[in-house]
Design a protein around this ligand. Structure first.
Ligand SMILES: Cc1cc2nc3c(=O)[nH]c(=O)nc-3n(C[C@H](O)[C@H](O)[C@H](O)COP(=O)(O)OP(=O)(O)OC[C@H]3O[C@@H](n4cnc5c(N)ncnc54)[C@H](O)[C@@H]3O)c2cc1C
Length: 459
């Protein structure tokens, strides 16, 4: 059975649905193919559910800290994991329902359920359907990688997707991987009441960040009782003890950590192996990410790749921005490029880390003359009032242009405050514009002008 469209989107992640709607509304006969769950990773087992679970974990944390604020709860705090999961499911279901309803009601747009696989650069097979189109937009995302680790097939392990089904409290959750996803789950489950150990093969957590940022984050998490095992070598899994024995050293004692459950958070891989890309002639890099140019075109004319699968970003906002770039270039006659965007993201532990642009380490490596200012959150009135003074704020400025080139805000509201600096970076104006701005008291952002007043040459 053959079906013909002007445009076909593979995968209903973060870029696919809005792009499908724009194309359909522009009068192009459009189809969107999804093999599993509309909304993809972010909606079903990424951002939305984890941030909903983090909200429950924070409620538990604040309840335990009630006495610090004069709020006395005269009974032990109990977390009902089944209700925590129900709340998470309700938020996710609501998002999926709204997204599905939105797509279903767009004229010119057809939703197709099933696994898509290229048969040529102009055809894709979905079950017994052959779908033809002039243009294809690949938005198939990625999934948790499964490391080739001894014992991996001998024990049940969790990943970000299977964690979504957990409605009980693991007694001791051992998390392999001390990066963004691993650390968010670590704090979340510690606050729910589990014992948590994070195993990291490198010498520090989230190695992409500056050393003092990694160290401060580890200190924050250790203060809540999370154990870390860094420089872990010979990592291997085996059944035993309360569930799983995780080997963390070849020779140093203790060689093993006993956990009730193990969560693997060791990176992501693109969903390209089963896409028939060879039949379409689309090239990938050595890790399977689709190669694209600055406007997200693949090497094959008429085929684009958006979102995590192109390796140009690993976030919902980068995927959505990919959609904006492709839609603007195709439908609005613009010439937008990926390299015009400024890297930005957050680590949603509590307090969060908000990031934009370069780290101090990257600025040093670039060899450019720069200014830097760092301020502890203990100087921020809002943090003192809230009794949450952990972390620090750092801004880096180009010494010649006076433009902001890097921001790391580890502290309350860091994920929001970072945007006031990010937007100044986009405006392309010197930092003095924000330094002279009047901000609202008492907020975290009001300290940004003071922070900028402390700028000194980067030694
Ligand atoms: C635990 C976790 C927490 C995260 N938290 C955040 C966060 O707080 N903020 C943030 O910005 N990012 C976060 N991310 C990252 C974010 O989820 C991803 O960057 C984002 O979802 C990428 O979207 P995408 O558009 O590339 O595709 P995806 O959302 O991955 O969707 C791809 C879709 O394609 C479908 N598909 C795959 N292959 C085929 C095929 N052959 N045929 C048909 N359909 C197919 C899949 O089923 C899926 O629905 C998190 C990720 C994880 C894992």
């Amino acid at each position: 059975m053959n079906e013909r469209y002007d445009a076909v989107i593979l995968g209903a992640g973060q870029a696919g649905p809005p792009l499908a709607v724009r194309l359909a509304q522009a009068g192009r006969k459009t189809a969107i193919i999804e093999r599993k769950m509309v909304g993809g990773t972010c909606v079903n087992n990424g951002c939305i559910p984890t941030k909903t679970l983090i909200a429950s974990a924070r409620a538990a944390h604040l309840a335990r800290r009630g006495g610090d604020y004069g709020v006395m709860i005269d009974a032990p705090i109990r977390v009902d994991m089944a209700r925590v999961k129900q709340r998470k499911d309700a938020v996710v279901d609501n998002s999926v329902t709204n997204l599905t309803r939105w797509l279903a009601n767009i004229p010119n747009l057809t939703m197709i359920s099933g696994q898509a696989r290229f048969e040529s650069s102009k055809t894709v097979r979905v079950g017994d359907k052959l779908v033809e189109a002039e243009q294809f937009f690949i938005n198939v995302g990625g999934r948790a990688s499964v490391p080739e680790m001894p014992g991996i097939t001998d024990v049940p392990y969790l990943n970000n997707s299977t964690m979504m089904h957990v409605d009980f409290l693991p007694e001791h959750l051992v998390i392999v991987g001390g990066s963004y996803i691993g650390l968010e789950f670590a704090q979340m489950y510690r606050r729910f009441g589990s014992r948590v150990t994070v195993i990291e093969m490198g010498p520090r957590v989230i190695a992409r960040e500056d050393d003092d940022v990694s160290a401060a984050i580890q200190t924050i998490l250790e203060a809540e009782g999370i154990a870390f095992r860094l420089n872990a070598k010979c990592v291997a899994l085996a059944p035993g003890g309360k569930g799983v024995m995780v080997q963390v050293s070849c020779d140093e004692e203790p060689r093993e950590i006993e956990g009730s459950h193990v969560l693997l958070a060791v990176g992501r891989v693109p969903n390209t192996a089963d896409l028939g890309l060879d039949k379409a002639g689309v090239t990938t890099d050595a890790r399977g990410y689709i190669t694209v140019d600055d406007q997200l075109r693949t090497n094959v004319s008429g085929i684009w790749a958006l979102g995590d699968v192109n390796g140009r970003g690993a976030f919902t906002h980068t995927s959505y921005n990919d959609y904006e770039i492709v839609a603007a270039n195709l439908l609005d006659g613009e010439s937008r490029r990926v390299t015009e965007r400024i890297p930005t993201y957050a680590l949603f532990i509590d307090p969060p880390l908000g990031r934009a642009g370069m780290t101090e380490k990257e600025v040093r490596a670039s060899g450019r003359k720069a200014l830097v200012a760092t301020m502890p959150m203990t100087r921020v009135g809002r943090a003192k009032e809230r009794g949450e003074t952990q972390g620090f704020m750092r801004v880096l400025v180009d010494a010649e242009t006076k433009r902001i080139i890097g921001v790391s805000l580890l502290g309350i509201e860091g994920d929001e405050t970072v945007h006031s600096l990010l937007d100044v970076m986009y405006a392309g104006v010197p930092y003095t514009v924000i330094q002279r701005a009047m901000h609202i008291h008492p907020t975290v952002t009001e300290l940004i002008p003071t922070l900028l007043g402390d700028l000194k040459p980067l030694a």
